[in-house]
Ligand binder design. Structure first.
Ligand SMILES: *[C@@H]1O[C@H](CO)[C@@H](O)[C@H](O)[C@H]1NC(C)=O
Ligand SMILES: *[C@@H]1O[C@H](CO)[C@@H](O)[C@H](O)[C@H]1NC(C)=O
Ligand SMILES: *[C@@H]1O[C@H](CO)[C@@H](O)[C@H](O)[C@H]1NC(C)=O
Ligand SMILES: *[C@@H]1O[C@H](CO)[C@@H](O)[C@H](O)[C@H]1NC(C)=O
Ligand SMILES: *[C@@H]1O[C@H](CO)[C@@H](O)[C@H](O)[C@H]1NC(C)=O
Ligand SMILES: *[C@@H]1O[C@H](CO)[C@@H](O)[C@H](O)[C@H]1NC(C)=O
Ligand SMILES: *[C@@H]1O[C@H](CO)[C@@H](O)[C@H](O)[C@H]1NC(C)=O
Ligand SMILES: *[C@@H]1O[C@H](CO)[C@@H](O)[C@H](O)[C@H]1NC(C)=O
Ligand SMILES: *[C@@H]1O[C@H](CO)[C@@H](O)[C@H](O)[C@H]1NC(C)=O
Ligand SMILES: *[C@@H]1O[C@H](CO)[C@@H](O)[C@H](O)[C@H]1NC(C)=O
Ligand SMILES: *[C@@H]1O[C@H](CO)[C@@H](O)[C@H](O)[C@H]1NC(C)=O
Ligand SMILES: *[C@@H]1O[C@H](CO)[C@@H](O)[C@H](O)[C@H]1NC(C)=O
Length: 791
């Protein structure tokens, strides 16, 4: 179903507020531009001094979406399937599954169904329900009548949240001195300044009291940082990377506030929900609260927080233990392990993604589902959202009987390696936080950590392929989908004995990063499988670059010395990847597009086009110089850090970003390609393996000064790799758009962070390994026309 084109609620900043966000967008916007080989080189400009940083809060304007269904106002609504069961965890008759929400969603008034449930009512709940009941019956109900009802009974989404000043903001935090390149130092300072745009508080004057009006917002008592765009609330796992960045920025007070909000939520609900809305109360997200807490305490020295935080951290761990943990007997060793999974009790569409979920379940192109099958699929869809990776080939079974695409979700049938690694680290950190002050509690957590580690190594680690995979409970064996989840155990401090045994093995576990750096222009993709789902290739997400970098840093020095291995003559970097590790043959890897319409070779040394000048300590085209690296792991880290900065800087520049005196604004003709003529630069929530500024080039278009985790990771990289960062050479926007599907921007894959998004392609996600249908075409159809649109 083609979503209506509609203006969305976005938090616009500064002068960009007047920007139109309703024009249709094609993924091939640059196809007719004349060819040019010029790159917008940034490196020649590096000698000027950095401009003063902005420390004032620009005006934040909240706009709201206008309901514009794609059918005409007089058109009747599509016929409705029978209602799903009401959900006891979500009792609102307006914002939770029920006749009102289903009816409005079928009218499809907004590009993003989350808009509907983020609108507080203008009237009492009873009045709204009465107005709904007074609408004509389904057969004669029109699109226009639904829009009129929405306009009369609902106010603007997001209006209960207001931009607030950022306490303690200072223009020049210490970490900036770590960045030696003047342009990149100025860029890091600019990104640091974006925090001022992302701080929100609850607006008491517009808050619904539940009597005069009703709202889905969970009001928080402390200020917080939002990811941006449609993610206008505080989110759970996004906040980990936001806090990492805030700590680099020395913004301890707002980091404390973030933690205080999470503690309030644990106190009130017993766990931390996905985000600050009632419709998230059936699910959590990757449990990173304890890790945020430990980082905050280490950076701020505020140990006083532990008095309140430790008991609440215990409560959160108990929630995961009670609601998400299973005993599983390993088929490899016959040992029984207690390990966790994502598993949400839910039998209705997610309110914020109602239409997508409804469509997935009632897809006429797939087998009809009975009530229990439908309930199971709704539970899978919600569980997939709890993983943060919604959705990915990681969660799809090969069981064709289930249908295609998201019909094959098997989240509850999976033990995820990343979740268990996070829980392991949480236990280690709890033991450290208790320390000598409570040796009993510390010992309890140390023992729990050891038990989880044994389970992770037994069930998830394949010593032959030198990688971690999820465990499939249905087939009772390891999954074969290689993903960035393989790096989570390393990040958490679980280093398998085979990796400790030799530098050669250790490199094997990270050979995929070397492959990406040599073969592609961008950063590490989620998987090497192109399904059209947003947590698969070609998408590369900021948190994963952080995890990969931390994983490299976690290796002991005795296995990271020695230069990067080089392939034998004629062979490419693929030959250095342990056999079978990626689960796909070389020819099936995503394609790297070159300029014009040509693609890079798909095999052998010729495929390594990203490796310009690499080899013995050379650089890569998008910046980075591993010459001074201490060994292969450091060399990979330096190059990946540079790639990440290149992607963030080039896409920001390509959408209108500039730094006076250092980085001139692009020409109007160039900015026209990204429809950014009136824009001032965007930080995107995700990137592409093959095109470092595809976020700008390809049709996804965000106008907010986001994106929380993108900024957080940028600041962390700047602090930790600052001396090794080199100004990138950004691709030319006027070059002819690449033709290969894998080089297209991930425009069909939605723009939402995992936090809350629905599938981009609920009816078309290809079966694992089969490759996607024309994602380009689909992308053009579904292209999120606006900022915060997510699908
Ligand atoms: C800057 O770099 C130094 C040395 O590499 C490192 O110790 C420090 O943590 C980095 N960050 C800051 C904020 O100084
Ligand atoms: C953290 O926030 C709490 C709640 O507002 C406050 O009581 C405490 O003093 C704060 N801690 C610091 C170090 O500012
Ligand atoms: C915020 O504070 C009020 C008053 O103390 C309390 O009733 C409410 O539960 C708090 N909110 C949360 C999310 O804890
Ligand atoms: C925390 O303590 C360490 C060591 O005493 C010190 O180096 C650091 O500056 C302190 N951090 C803050 C934010 O006060
Ligand atoms: C797992 O096994 C332990 C020890 O036998 C037991 O205490 C626990 O209740 C079991 N958990 C589940 C979810 O079955
Ligand atoms: C596990 O136990 C079964 C019998 O209970 C036995 O057949 C099998 O060989 C054992 N597997 C391993 C890996 O020890
Ligand atoms: C140690 O921590 C436990 C919670 O795990 C708590 O019940 C106990 O009171 C603590 N003991 C001390 C001495 O603080
Ligand atoms: C590990 O991977 C190898 C190579 O694919 C495979 O042959 C082996 O069965 C796997 N081992 C286990 C225990 O899954
Ligand atoms: C590296 O050190 C670890 C201990 O930290 C040890 O277990 C391992 O055997 C060492 N590896 C090599 C290759 O020396
Ligand atoms: C990838 O990088 C190469 C070399 O700089 C360049 O020619 C090509 O256009 C880039 N491809 C994309 C899709 O940006
Ligand atoms: C990398 O750095 C070294 C020393 O810092 C320098 O000599 C070399 O020219 C640099 N290479 C590139 C490609 O920038
Ligand atoms: C911008 O691009 C559109 C086509 O996408 C073209 O019609 C228009 O002339 C361009 N404007 C400028 C100023 O280049």
């Amino acid at each position: 179903m083609l979503p209506a084109l509609a203006a969305l609620a976005c938090l616009l900043h500064g002068a960009a507020a007047a920007q139109s966000s309703s024009s249709a967008k094609s993924a091939s916007a640059s196809a007719s531009a004349s060819h040019s080989s010029a790159s917008h080189s940034t490196s020649g400009l590096a000698s000027a001094t950095a401009p003063p940083l902005q420390s004032t809060v620009s005006q934040i304007v909240v706009t709201t979406a206008t309901a514009i269904p794609s059918p005409s106002a007089g058109a009747p609504l599509p016929s409705q399937a029978v209602l799903p069961p009401t959900q006891s965890w979500c009792p609102s008759k307006i914002f939770c599954a029920g006749p009102l929400l289903q009816t409005i969603n079928l009218a499809n008034p907004f590009v993003d169904p989350k808009t509907i449930v983020d609108k507080p009512t203008r009237k009492t709940s009873q009045a709204v329900l009465a107005d709904f009941a007074a609408l004509p019956g389904n057969a004669s109900l029109t699109e226009g009548a639904v829009v009129a009802f929405l306009d009369a009974d609902f106010a603007g989404e997001g209006q209960e949240l207001v931009a607030v000043p950022l306490p303690g903001f200072q223009a020049a935090p210490r970490f900036l001195k770590n960045v030696t390149d003047p342009l990149l130092q100025a860029f890091a300072g600019t990104v640091h300044g974006f925090w001022t745009q992302l701080v929100r508080g609850t607006n008491a004057s517009t808050l619904c009291d539940g009597v005069k009006c009703e709202s889905s917002l969970i009001p928080l008592n402390h200020t917080f940082v939002v990811p941006g765009g449609r993610f206008r609330e505080q989110y759970y796992w996004d906040s980990f990377w936001i806090v990492e960045g805030l700590l680099e920025s020395e913004l301890y007070s707002i980091a404390n506030d973030t933690l205080q909000n999470f503690m309030d939520e644990i106190e009130r609900f017993g766990f931390i929900p996905n985000g600050g809305r009632i419709y998230y109360l059936d699910r959590s997200q990757p449990p990173l609260f304890i890790q945020m807490l430990a980082r905050y305490v280490a950076a701020s020295n505020d140990t006083a927080i532990l008095k309140r935080a430790l008991p609440l951290a215990e409560r959160e761990l108990t929630w995961w233990q009670t609601h998400r943990t299973l005993n599983v007997t390993s088929p490899f060793t016959n040992t029984t392990h207690a390990l966790a999974q994502y598993a949400v009790a839910n039998s209705a569409p997610r309110p914020e993604s109602y239409l997508q979920d409804y469509t997935t379940v009632h897809d006429p192109a797939q087998p009809a589902l009975n009530d229990s099958q439908a309930a199971a699929l709704y539970a899978e869809l919600a569980s997939g959202a709890e993983t943060g990776w919604d959705y990915s080939a990681r969660w799809l079974t090969g069981d064709a009987a289930l249908g295609t695409g998201l019909r094959r979700l098997n989240v509850r049938g999976t033990l995820p390696v990343d979740l268990n690694s996070i829980l392991y680290k949480n236990r280690v950190l709890m033991a450290q936080l208790y320390g000598k002050a409570n040796a009993t509690a510390a010992a309890r957590h140390t023992a729990a950590a050891a038990a989880i580690k044994a389970g992770v190594l037994d069930l998830f680690w394949n010593a032959t392929k030198l990688a971690f995979y999820d465990f499939d409970l249905v087939t009772n064996t390891r999954n074969d989908v290689f993903s960035t989840a393989t790096f989570y155990p390393f990040w958490s401090g679980i280093i398998p004995p085979e990796v400790l045994a030799s530098a050669e093995n250790a490199f094997g576990a990270f050979a995929a990063i070397n492959l990406v750096l040599n073969r592609y222009n961008g950063t590490v993709p989620v998987t090497f499988i192109e399904t059209g789902l947003q947590w698969d290739a070609p998408n590369a997400w900021p948190p994963h670059q952080y995890v990969a970098l931390q994983a490299l840093r976690a290796l002991p020095a005795n296995v990271t010395t020695g230069a990067l291995p080089t392939p034998a003559a004629g062979a490419g970097s693929f030959s250095l990847v342990p056999a079978g590790q990626l689960g796909v043959e070389e020819a099936a890897l995503p394609v790297q597009a070159l300029s014009g319409t040509s693609n890079a070779s798909t095999s052998g040394a010729a495929a390594d086009v990203g490796a310009r000048g690499a080899g013995a300590g050379g650089g890569v085209v998008n910046g980075g110089n591993a010459t001074g690296a201490a060994g292969w792991a450091d060399a990979l880290g330096v190059q990946l850090a540079n790639r990440y900065v290149a992607g963030a800087l080039c896409s920001w520049h390509a959408t209108g970003g500039q730094i006076p005196g250092l980085l001139p604004r692009l020409s109007d003709a160039e900015l026209n390609v990204t429809q950014s003529a009136n824009n001032t630069g965007n930080m995107f929530e995700k990137f592409s393996i093959s095109d470092i500024d595809s976020a700008g080039r390809g049709g996804e278009y965000t106008v907010q000064a986001g994106f929380g985790w993108t900024n957080g990771v940028l600041l962390w990289v700047a602090s930790n790799y600052g001396g090794a960062l080199v100004a990138p050479e950004c691709p030319s926007l006027l070059a002819v758009a690449p033709a290969a599907s894998s080089s297209a921007a991930p425009s069909g894959t939605g723009s939402a962070s995992a936090s809350a998004s629905g599938p981009s392609t609920s009816t078309t996600g290809a079966a694992r390994g089969l490759g996607a249908p024309s994602m380009r075409v689909l992308g053009a159809l579904l292209a999120c026309v606006v900022a915060c649109a997510a699908w």
